[in-house]
Design a protein around this ligand. Structure first.
Ligand SMILES: Cc1cc2nc3c(=O)[nH]c(=O)nc-3n(C[C@H](O)[C@H](O)[C@H](O)COP(=O)(O)O)c2cc1C
Length: 176
């Protein structure tokens, strides 16, 4: 099962992520948990999230980039759901062997991330990658969509189809 942990603060106003979610949602074996719709009060059901994670073989963290990072509910989800003794630490083996895909949309292009001495876009995934590795997960090459704010509908739809194909390819390679 593929589990998409989707964190968009305004899912109804989305252009890029909304299309990606629509395309991914047509596939069987894909579960989507839209955090801002499930938890508008930020009161995350940790047991439900861990139960969903335990059924998944591929976990996706999908969100629009906000201030070079994840939206606040995504960060809270990581802090609360990946608990000691479950995700890491003594007896914390629940996520070991699963794969993690970071699917991020950004308003800016490559030059937006190379301001001054900043090393660029590639380093921004490092805290998420370190988190995944610390929990024994395999970090897959991220699925990125730049210029998400200014792309026209055709480009965004094509990107959503690429996303769908990426998930299909993973399912075929991993027998579902
Ligand atoms: C509070 C906030 C912060 C943002 N910070 C960034 C940023 O640091 N870098 C960037 O490229 N885009 C940034 N954006 C733009 C969003 O990433 C972009 O609008 C989004 O990926 C578009 O996807 P959507 O159509 O699904 O909403 C920000 C947007 C908001 C609302």
């Amino acid at each position: 099962m593929i589990l998409i942990i989707y964190a968009h603060p305004w899912p109804q106003r989305s252009h890029a992520n909304k299309r990606m979610i629509e395309h991914a949602g047509t596939l069987s074996g894909v579960e989507i948990r839209s955090l801002y719709e499930l938890y508008p009060d930020f009161d995350i059901d940790i047991a439900a999230e861990q139960e969903a994670l335990s059924r998944a073989r591929l976990v996706i963290w999908q969100h629009p980039m906000q201030w070079y990072s994840v939206p606040p509910l995504m960060k809270l989800w990581i802090d609360k759901v990946l608990t000691h003794g479950w995700a890491y630490g003594h007896g914390g083996t629940a996520l070991q062997g699963k794969s993690l895909l970071w699917a991020v949309t950004t308003g800016g292009g490559e030059s937006h991330f190379a301001l001054g001495d900043h090393p660029g876009f590639a380093v921004l995934g490092q805290p998420l990658q370190a988190t995944a590795l610390y929990c024994g997960m395999t970090w897959l090459p991220p699925f990125t969509t730049h210029h998400a704010f200014t792309c026209d509908d055709e480009v965004l739809s094509a990107q959503a189809r690429h996303y769908q194909q990426r998930l299909l390819a993973w399912q075929e390679a991993n027998h579902g």
